[in-house]
Design a protein around this ligand. Structure first.
Ligand SMILES: [Zn+2]
Ligand SMILES: [Zn+2]
Length: 332
């Protein structure tokens, strides 16, 4: 009998599914691509056919223009060659999916990026049994334990109220993190207008169109300094320290990212108020997920593979490291 999963071939540029002649999240243009979610390191432009959830296709269209899209709703099953393909919620960002591949009685899941804690902007991760679970490991070290999201949001609100006259400027990735921070604020009862950098506008509008209500948003550009006092402003991380932020009223600089666990990362970006809010599984979520999915083998992709490999070995789960390239943290 052939080795388990011998029909799945990892290449540096992505995972190739031979009997479907298709690639998962390829980093280079391919004739047929299956895309887990819209972050730029997973979803690139220029493919011949793009199989993804309707939300992911809408995100890709917003970012790259019209796509040769083949929409697949969660739970729908598609035949590609002799492979049955289905998309299962991954709880990472709007439209994000684990991709289940079934071929000759074997079930392989490519997780894409995922998390297990609740996110008001997308449906939660669904545990699905399989033989091989190909997992990300962005925060695959025991030091990474993300705190409760609500308490991070409370720290933000507390700081805003404690320093009248100032504003809080939150650096957040344009896809997923920004909208989640907004929804978490709304969930904590914050119903003031939230100001956004122009670079966040298109994706916020798209989230609203796709049924995620973000409340009143205003563009921060061109607004008088006095109006922005005591307000929350969101911008992409790159704008935190650039010219754009200099005309804000004495901003308290914050950043929402799993990396804010690391003091040095916060210092590098001159972040005064680090908020540990991540769209990736932390160490406990990674190991909990592997336990629950209970695959015969775990293949580990981008991130810190070593510790998770070791954990799998300790728990008698066969593990293998895939050396994919080109996955950066656009989306932590
Ligand atoms: Zn990723
Ligand atoms: Zn991602």
């Amino acid at each position: 009998m052939a080795r388990l999963g011998s029909w799945i071939e990892p290449f540096p540029e992505g995972v190739y599914v031979r009997p479907a002649d298709a690639w998962v999240d390829p980093s280079r243009p391919k004739p047929k691509a299956l895309i887990t979610h819209g972050h730029a390191d997973h979803a690139r432009g220029g493919h011949g056919e793009v199989w993804a959830t309707p939300e992911t296709l809408a995100i890709m269209t917003t970012r790259y223009g019209e796509q040769p899209g083949r929409p697949a709703a969660y739970g729908e099953s598609i035949g590609l060659g002799d492979v049955e393909v289905s998309f299962i919620p991954a709880g990472h960002v709007l439209g994000s999916a684990q991709i289940l591949l079934e071929y000759r009685g074997e079930r392989v899941i490519v997780s894409g990026d995922y998390k297990r804690r609740p996110d008001p902007t997308c449906p939660p991760f669904v545990v699905t049994p399989c033989d091989i679970f190909i997992s990300e490991a962005t925060f695959g070290l025991p030091v990474f334990r993300h705190p409760d999201t609500g308490s991070e949001i409370d720290r933000l609100l507390h700081r805003l109220r404690a320093e009248p006259g100032r504003c809080v400027l939150v650096g957040a990735y344009a896809l997923g993190k920004a909208q989640r921070v907004i929804m978490e604020l709304r969930g904590r009862g914050y119903d003031e207008p939230i100001y956004i950098h122009g670079a966040l506008e298109r994706l916020c509008l798209l989230y609203e169109e796709l049924g995620v209500p973000l409340g009143e948003l205003r563009l921060a550009t061109g607004v008088a300094k006095a109006e922005l006092a005591d307000k929350i402003i969101l911008c992409p991380p790159g704008a935190l320290n650039d010219r754009w932020s200099r005309r804000l009223p004495d901003p308290i600089t914050a950043m929402a990212s799993g990396w804010m666990r690391i003091r040095q990362r916060a210092r590098q970006r001159n972040v005064e108020l680090p908020l540990v809010i991540s769209d990736h599984a932390d160490w406990d979520e990674l190991t909990q997920t592997i336990r629950e999915v209970a695959p015969k083998e775990v293949w580990i992709t981008h991130g810190r593979e070593d510790a998770l490999m070791h954990w799998c070995q300790l728990h008698q789960i066969k593990a293998r490291e895939l050396n994919l390239v080109g996955y950066e943290d656009e989306d932590d």
